[in-house]
Design a protein around this ligand. Structure first.
Ligand code: 26Q
Length: 817
């Protein structure tokens, strides 16, 4: 085709131009007029008007990437927890105020319509949100990158609390359409399953398979203060037309449609993380589905501008967000060797230069393994390739001196104890050139414990990149009052260079600034209190200490430790109501995986404890407990700016990094934390006087477990703890069902207390007392809160991405001029 000079409107950002776009988009994009438009329609029209302004940048960036023949990063993740896009896009384009005014001029309140945008909740928690922050930073830094994942029809479930218990409702986020995505029906790849392999003309063929097509949907990811953008490409399953043909021809219409549905199930839903491997076949199908389509897409893009694979690893970097996409490794080998007929050794050499892998957990039960039999049935060719990689690796290992049979068994990609299983993390390590943990402690423990044998074999392969968060969403967007104040104090550059926040330190002791800082925090607390009043009817005092634990519900995160503190505080208040109490509002929020019984029981307990305390007239304002339902990105944006105290209380050695800890500190909350994950680095950044550290260190945790930890003894020796646990056990908080929490009691007291809740109880209570003391000293608290904001420079995802780009991917920013 010849290039045609198309003419299009150069879209401006004035209020007038936006207003005109709004009218056009409402009319021609949504098909409504101002009389019939509902808030959703206005939102849709506004989203289209904003999207139009992103597309031009998108085209330019794509063109530049192509012209400069840049190396591209493919960030593969089963999860992208994007949240809402509208506000974020307005901030990126710098048209927030203009759009607000344009909407107001047609009688629409922007903040009202904003709330109609559903969250794109295509993730469980930290790992998915990290992927979203990383996309934002890659675009902002001009790193040529693509996010690749699955366009789930149903994202993370919606959580309702009914009679104190979690009830899950499906999240059909696409109901009203998604104005941000571009369907690409012309970009489809077949993904095969099943069948068998055979040799023909010296090549392996994979035959007799069934297949489903992966169809691309693209979303523009705008960078901040740059015209660079990136693309998030998500795959959706489409049944093959051929599939129904035979059934149709046999006159069986219903069976044909049913078969379509079944094959399209592969992109139906996001699997919840219950931190033990579920081993579900559909999950394995999903993992393969998206990496196969992605590898085919990447090869097609490479071959558009290259005629051989000679420069492949100079032009491509593939990053594995945990092991979930690790089948990309055997899939790329299959495509290179079986389809493009490269020699095995060349393919393997490319793979190792191209792939890198981030590990996000140290807990052995959460490391992915797949049954060899299941792989043999679903992906027979990939299993052969994995066996071949393993054989080559074990040979290499023995050349490097690994002769010990026990060692060989330990490092083999195939776990031969009992049911044979493939260890996906080991596959990722063996086939990658870099493997990183997500905080300094995590990376150290990773090479000391779970991957120790590999770290000895390949010492240069392991590295650390401490996680980060995007300041655009987590400060500029989430907290307008604080963002404004910071702008006034030090200018707006912190949005793209978070180290600029360090300049806040020069305002130390500036009474006017401190007062304004408190006022910003207070207005966020008032905003939250309003919402909570509307939704729960609970009244709380914006001058109370807002104490927050917001994250997935998991035993290792120890929401139970927090509950024990709440109960202890309650008992103490009842004993001495006349004492001068620091009023507290303790907020919890988070989802439990639907199959995780204990996590669900913890939610129930929190709600039962809240009901008891909130209805006790003796307590009054001194203590309120709230469980905020349906935690997700948007709820987080509301909650986090209102926090005074950030609960980061995982058992040391269990939380790989945490990123909520960073979001809360960036919003001026003081951390109450164990020496776990990134808490350690946060303490270094903000100063030890501005953080409350308590509890066993990870080494002490190991020692205690080794020495024989006896939780019952702790229970018996601490009267206040005993009282709180007995109240849980005997139904003090569940009078109509007194046995409801006996399992929680036994887990802690009699069944080993695996996460050492009781062992850290007294240190936690003391640290909470210290927090009360500090909070009463208003200037001291304010100074600490400001130090927290000032110290967050390092925790920008821009810094993290710059490290990945330099040390792992070896890519440079694109030149936009
Ligand atoms: C695996 C198999 C089958 C079904 C689900 C899963 C699955 C899904 C999601 C397993 C794990 C996850 C998510 C893990 C996660 O969010 N980890 C967190 O990653 C953050 C970013 O690095 C860290 O900050 C957190 O410490 C870590 O817990």
């Amino acid at each position: 085709m010849t290039a045609i000079g198309l003419e299009f409107d150069q879209l401006q950002s004035s209020v007038e131009a936006l207003r005109r776009s709004l009218s056009n988009r409402l009319m021609y994009g949504v098909g409504k007029d101002a009389v019939t438009a509902r808030p959703q329609d206005w939102l849709h029209a506004a989203a289209l008007a904003v999207r139009d302004r992103l597309v031009e940048r998108w085209m330019i960036t794509t063109r530049r990437q192509y012209d400069q023949d840049v190396k591209r990063v493919y960030y593969l993740s089963m999860e992208f927890l994007i949240g809402r896009t509208f506000s974020n896009a307005l901030i990126a384009l710098g048209i927030h105020d203009q759009m607000k005014e344009a909407l107001a001029s047609v009688g629409v309140d922007m903040d009202t319509v904003l709330d109609y945008e559903p969250d794109a909740a295509l993730g469980n928690g930290g790992l998915g949100r990290l992927a979203a922050c990383f996309l934002d930073s890659m675009a902002t830094l001009g790193i040529p990158g693509f996010g690749y994942g699955i366009r789930y029809d149903y994202g993370m479930f919606r959580q309702q609390i009914v009679n104190g218990e979690q009830v899950e409702a499906p999240d059909y986020w696409l109901r009203y359409g998604n104005p941000w995505e571009f369907p690409r029906p012309e970009v489809q790849y077949p993904v095969h399953f099943g069948g068998r392999t055979m040799q023909r003309n010296g090549h392996v063929e994979w035959i007799d398979t069934q297949h489903v097509n992966a169809m691309a949907y693209d979303t523009v990811i705008p960078g901040y203060d740059t015209s660079a953008t990136n693309t998030l490409r998500l795959w959706s399953a489409r049944a093959d037309e051929e599939l129904d043909l035979s059934a149709f021809n046999q006159g069986d219409y219903q069976r044909a449609v049913e078969a379509r549905n079944i094959s399209e199930n592969v992109s139906r839903l996001l699997y919840p993380d219950d931190s033990t491997m579920a081993g579900r076949e559909l999950r394995l199908r999903q993992e393969y589905f998206f990496v196969s389509a992605t590898m085919q897409d990447l090869i097609r893009r490479y071959l558009r501008t290259h005629s051989t694979f000679g420069r492949f690893s100079e032009k491509v970097a593939v990053h594995l967000n945990d092991t979930h996409p690790v089948l990309a490794i055997p899939e790329l080998i299959r495509l290179l060797v079986d389809v493009h007929h490269l020699p095995w050794d060349d393919a393997m050499a490319h793979v190792r230069r191209v792939f890198s892998y981030t590990n996000h957990t140290l807990m052995p039960e959460a490391l992915e393994t797949w049954d060899v039999e299941l792989l043999a049935r679903l992906l027979p060719r990939h299993l052969e390739i994995i066996f071949d990689i393993n054989a080559a690796f074990l040979r290499e290992a023995s050349e490097r001196g690994a002769h010990d049979l026990d060692l060989i068994r330990r490092i083999s990609l195939v776990d031969e104890y009992g049911q044979r299983r493939v260890r996906m993390a080991y596959l990722a390590i063996v086939a990658s050139h870099k493997v990183n943990g997500v905080s300094r402690l995590h990376s150290q423990l990773m090479t000391r414990d779970i991957f120790a044998d590999f770290a000895r074999l390949f010492p240069d392969r392991f590295t650390n990149v401490t996680n980060g968060i995007t300041p655009r969403r987590w400060l500029a967007q989430a907290s307008p009052p604080l963002a404004h104040l910071v702008d006034e104090a030090i200018g707006p550059r912190w949005r793209s260079d978070l180290f600029e926040l360090g300049a806040l330190r020069k305002l130390r002791g500036d009474a006017a600034f401190e007062a304004a800082f408190r006022a910003a925090k207070r207005s966020n607390k008032v905003r939250l209190a309003h919402r909570a009043l509307q939704r729960t009817g609970i009244v709380f005092n914006p001058d109370a200490l807002f104490d927050m634990q917001v994250k997935r519900i998991h035993e290792y995160k120890r929401q139970l430790l927090n509950v024990l503190h709440v109960i202890t505080r309650y008992n103490r208040i009842l004993e001495a109501p006349e004492r001068e109490w620091v009023p507290r509002v303790v907020l919890f929020a988070g989802k439990a995986a639907s199959a995780y019984r204990m996590a669900k029981m913890i939610i129930h307990l929190i709600n039962d404890v809240a009901a008891k305390i909130n209805n006790d007239s003796v307590v009054g304002d001194r203590l309120k407990v709230v469980f905020v339902p349906n935690y997700g990105v948007s709820v987080a944006e509301m909650l986090i700016p209102a926090a005074d105290l950030s609960e980061q209380i995982s058992t040391a050695g269990t939380e790989a990094s945490g990123t909520g800890n960073m979001k809360l500190a960036l919003n001026g909350a003081l951390t109450m934390g164990t020496l776990d994950g990134a808490n350690i680095e946060i303490g270094e950044a903000v100063g030890q006087d501005n953080i409350f550290i308590f509890g066993h260190t990870s080494d002490q945790v190991d020692q205690l477990r080794c020495a024989g930890y006896r939780p019952r003894q702790v229970y018996e020796e601490n009267a206040e703890l005993r009282r709180a646990l007995d109240q849980i056990r005997t139904g003090f908080f569940s009078p109509h069902d007194t046995a409801r929490y006996t399992d929680i009691f036994h887990t802690l007291v009699d069944w080993g207390d695996h996460y050492l809740v009781l062992a850290d109880y007294s240190a936690f209570i003391e640290a909470q007392e210290a927090a009360d003391q500090r909070f009463m000293d208003v200037p001291a608290w304010t100074a600490s809160a400001i130090e927290n904001v000032a110290g967050m420079g390092k925790f920008s995802s821009d810094r993290a991405i710059a490290e990945y780009a330099r040390d792992i991917w070896h890519v440079k920013s694109i030149e936009m001029q």
